[in-house]
Design a binder for this molecule. Structure first.
Ligand SMILES: Cc1cc2nc3c(=O)[nH]c(=O)nc-3n(C[C@H](O)[C@H](O)[C@H](O)COP(=O)(O)O)c2cc1C
Ligand SMILES: [Mn+2]
Length: 482
């Protein structure tokens, strides 16, 4: 049964022993970070701060910050189940014969049930405030000492593509500038920024409507971070993930919809052309991302539940909550990647690589230069374009075992021959690239080299004892009393 809203998820976390309520006062200025960081590093529970200093609104953090909690959030025993469900849809072809058609009916019916459903009202409208509101009422975290201020870190930012009319929802942090304005940190490669560019180019209006929802059922919140193709509605994917439509309700002041079960909604606009310095901010990378100019979000109306809960996260030195969210993406998207790249056997992004700084990828190598083909494909695949270092190994290497990859890859390379450098777009958070958003990337072909690649020396086998010998030694081992 899909969670209706954030509180049903909180209740489920509580029931599973995955939540700790903190009944005393803790300061959203650095102290909540201290708790959240320590908890995730110790594989501790999600935290619900019932008395954040300076606000009457409780703070939920680390709700996704473990494998178990990701599974609870997406209501599966393993996120591989979602990958399997996706693969089944992708494999769906015209069924043969009447029996095949009948078998397909439930799947088709299910598909219809993913689309978001418009409703007339909902809990996010319990309190509607066009005047007399301030963002300072909310327990918004000042996450790290050198942060430029308080940041809303886990929002669902809704905007509309002016050309296709399609909605987008992305998770982009919002730096609180004052009572009613924030930064709008959609990085240049993201859909919010694309909508903004298009509206600006059209020159038909000076303002772009934006709605921000905070706190909803866990699948809907999670959908905001998924690296989906442009114009694929996150709310439809959320419906797929929870096997139930997301209820959407019209905003009070503009023609955008938000999840009706949201805890808090900020309605407003971005003035086209208005930029302001945003950041620095203690970021996913574990470093402070540099200050830069970003659009400004003007909040014109706030709606919320009578007793809202503020959902947030912190990012910083890994592993943090975002690692677990990213790890689930890696698993869920593997079948989609394999649709384009069937040679890919497995993929792993270690926490130290902060998603795309390091991608370990095992392939079934079939022709000369295959490893490089895979690198280029990944650099051309949506947000995987940010992949800073891709290490390609043969399929007999277990990429989930970083130590095995390091051992085999380092043995297998002739660095000058096997390292491929390319130039292209890089993540906005990269502080080392020569320019913001533009720099180099590296691929390491750590596969066994073929004569067709100009390698004519013999290639040795990995050292291994025969299984019979191992079995015999196993018996003798016991006999020796070892
Ligand atoms: C906790 C968290 C915070 C994030 N903050 C930002 C951000 O401030 N700006 C940004 O462009 N992307 C941010 N992202 C990544 C985007 O949410 C992600 O790239 C998403 O796929 C973008 O969606 P879009 O393709 O619809 O634009 C964040 C991700 C997480 C998990
Ligand atoms: Mn999107």
């Amino acid at each position: 049964m899909a969670y209706k809203d954030l509180r049903e998820f909180i209740a489920a976390l509580d029931k599973a022993g995955e939540l700790k309520r903190i009944p005393f006062e803790v300061d959203p200025y650095l102290e909540i970070t201290g708790f959240a960081d320590r908890s995730v590093k110790q594989n501790g529970p999600a935290l619900l701060f019932e008395k954040p200093k300076g606000s009457s609104i409780p703070v939920l953090i680390n709700a996704y910050a473990s494998k178990k909690r990701m599974e609870l959030a997406l209501e599966v025993d393993s996120v591989e189940e979602i990958a399997k469900r996706i693969a089944e849809y992708l494999e769906m072809r015209m069924p043969e014969g009447i029996l095949g058609k009948i078998k397909m009916l439930p799947m088709l019916a299910e598909m219809g049930s993913f689309f978001p459903k418009s409703v007339d009202g909902g809990p996010c409208k319990e309190v509607i405030r066009r005047d007399y509101f301030s963002l300072h009422e909310f327990p918004i975290l000042h996450c790290w000492p050198q942060d430029a201020g308080r940041f809303i870190t886990l929002p669902m930012v809704f905007s509309r593509n002016p050309d296709s009319g399609k909605r987008n929802c992305g998770c982009y942090r919002l730096q609180v500038f004052d009572d009613r304005t924030t930064g709008m940190h959609w990085q240049t490669h993201k859909q919010g920024a694309e909508h903004y560019r298009r509206m600006k180019a059209h020159g038909k209006t000076t303002r772009m409507d934006v709605a921000v929802a905070i706190g909803a059922d866990p699948a809907t919140m999670y959908s905001a971070i998924l690296p989906l193709p442009p114009d694929l509605d996150e709310m439809m994917i959320a419906g797929f993930l929870r096997s139930k439509p997301v209820e959407m309700v019209k905003c009070e002041t503009m023609d955008l919809e938000v999840p009706a079960q949201s805890e808090i909604v900020l309605e407003g606009y971005v003035e086209l052309g208005e930029l302001r310095t945003e950041g620095p901010f203690g970021d996913h990378t574990g470093f402070y991302s540099l200050a830069d100019d970003y659009p400004v979000f003007h909040v014109t109306c706030v709606t919320h539940r009578r007793d809202p809960i503020y959902a947030t996260t912190i990012v910083g030195p890994p592993p943090m909550e975002d690692f677990y969210m990213g790890r689930a993406i890696e698993r869920i998207f593997l079948p989609l990647m394999r649709l384009q790249l069937p040679e890919v056997r497995d993929i792993y992004m270690p926490p130290e690589g902060i998603f795309h700084n390091l991608i370990l990828i095992a392939i079934r190598k079939s022709y000369p230069g295959h490893a490089r083909k895979v690198m280029h494909a990944i650099w051309g695949l949506g947000q995987a374009m940010f992949s800073k270092c891709i290490v390609v190994v043969d399929e007999d290497v277990n990429v989930q075992d970083v130590s095995e990859v390091a051992w085999k890859a380092l043995n297998n390379i002739d660095p000058e021959r096997d390292i491929q450098f390319v130039m292209g777009p890089v993540d906005s958070l990269d502080h080392a690239s020569r320019l913001a958003n533009y720099g180099s990337k590296m691929g390491v072909d750590a596969t066994r080299k073929w004569p067709g690649e100009g390698f004519t020396r013999p290639w040795p086998d990995v050292i291994q004892l025969p299984v019979e010998v191992l079995a015999r030694v196993g018996d003798l081992w016991k006999k020796a009393g070892l």
